[in-house]
Design a protein around this ligand. Structure first.
Ligand SMILES: *Cc1c(COP(=O)(O)O)cnc(C)c1O
Length: 360
């Protein structure tokens, strides 16, 4: 069986196959989303996310179909007129475009692909209602230091601070009291099949949504903050959700808590150091992100050197049952991306380094 070191979807967390077997035995694929059994799975998943990520009790946790959906819901529910976006790759750019498409005044500050932001040079308009940050830009392998996000939050107390944390969790610890909203989908660091978004937000976001709705502006149809919260108090969702994934999320949080989130983070840090060493020492590879402060620990991106193509590296590893990611979009054949998520073992990385040694 191949091992997926792709930046998402990625290798499943190693306990997932057992949980899926158990789910089939429990009839998870067939139960009603209005049943007591479902409410139990829902509550378990919410409690698991809350404990794993240290989410304060007064922050809401709801489920959507994906992180992409949450981009749209955030603009609809939390921005009446103007949003501000830090754009340094394809995902943050898409979030910005959603705001434009929804008719808001979207202001962006852009960094080149592979670069981070100099916090002293970030200029947020006073009129921006929401500041959108991406903790880990999966396309470029660029991390935004969480301290920089806290600084922005302190400088702009009126604006809602929102964090796209899709490929950063559970690696980066977040102090939720200093942000208003954070979201992720489950097929990256959490090691689940795709098709579930998790949205965490403060009461401030909920108030804003009610305010916008009261003005007669649409904040979304089946999913809006009020419609999600109305069902969430009953441990339910407005629509028929991805019940299996909600079930699995609860199980996976339990497994990660048992292993301890600190242990997981330490192992990930260790693996990240070795990945960048291997890239740096390799004649055909160089890290895309030059400034170490902005290098992602969860998605390493390397540029191809010496006329080598990404396809050659990817095909070589694939012959040995290891699947790594290509560059994103137009960088498909000039860069490779290697994910470092909780499920990836040190041994699998050692195997990658050994194979890369032989390939050169
Ligand atoms: C993958 C990703 C998304 C989109 O997630 P979907 O599950 O496809 O909606 C958004 N932001 C970042 C940073 C991502 O890596």
């Amino acid at each position: 069986m191949p091992q997926y070191l792709t930046p998402g979807p990625s290798e499943l967390y190693f306990t997932v196959p057992d949980h899926i077997r158990q789910a089939l035995k429990e009839g998870v694929g067939s139960i009603s989303h209005r049943s007591k059994a479902f409410e139990g799975y829902y509550a378990h998943a919410v409690a698991g996310v809350r404990e794993l990520l240290a989410v304060p009790e007064d922050y809401h946790i709801v489920f959507t179909s994906s992180a992409t959906e949450i981009w749209e819901r955030l603009i609809q529910n939390c921005v009446e007129k103007e949003s501000f976006h830090l754009v340094n790759g394809s995902f943050s750019k898409r979030f910005y475009e959603f705001s434009v498409e929804l008719g808001r005044k979207a202001v962006k500050q852009e960094a080149s692909f592979g670069e981070g932001f100099d916090i002293a040079k970030i200029e947020v308009p006073d009129t921006a209602e929401m500041i959108c940050c991406t903790l880990n830009e999966t396309s470029a392998g660029v991390a935004m230091p969480i301290e920089d996000i806290y600084t922005l939050s302190a400088q702009h107390p009126k604006a809602l601070i929102t964090v796209d944390a899709v490929s950063a969790l559970p690696y980066i610890p977040v102090d939720f009291t200093r942000i208003d909203s954070l979201f992720f989908s489950v097929q990256k660091g959490m090691g689940l099949p795709a098709g579930l978004g998790v949205w965490i937000f403060s009461e401030r976001c909920a108030e804003k949504a009610r305010e916008i709705a009261a003005k007669g502006i649409s904040i979304g149809t089946y999913h809006s903050i009020p419609s999600l919260l109305e069902k969430a108090v009953k441990n339910q969702t407005p629509e028929t959700p991805n019940i299996l994934n909600i079930y699995l999320l609860g199980k996976i949080c339990e497994d990660m808590l048992r292993r301890s989130v600190e242990t997981i983070r330490q192992e990930m840090l260790y693996k990240s150091v070795t990945i960048y060493q291997a890239i740096q020492n390799h004649p055909y590879l160089t890290p895309l992100v030059e400034d170490e402060r902005f290098r992602s620990h969860t998605v390493a991106v390397a540029k191809m050197q010496e006329g080598k193509t990404a396809k050659e590296a990817i095909d070589y590893l694939a012959q040995h049952n290891i699947i790594i990611g290509s560059g994103y979009g137009k960088y498909k054949n000039s860069q490779i991306r290697i994910a470092n998520f909780p499920t990836h073992s040190k041994e699998i990385f050692e195997r990658v380094y050994d194979l890369l040694e032989v390939w050169k």
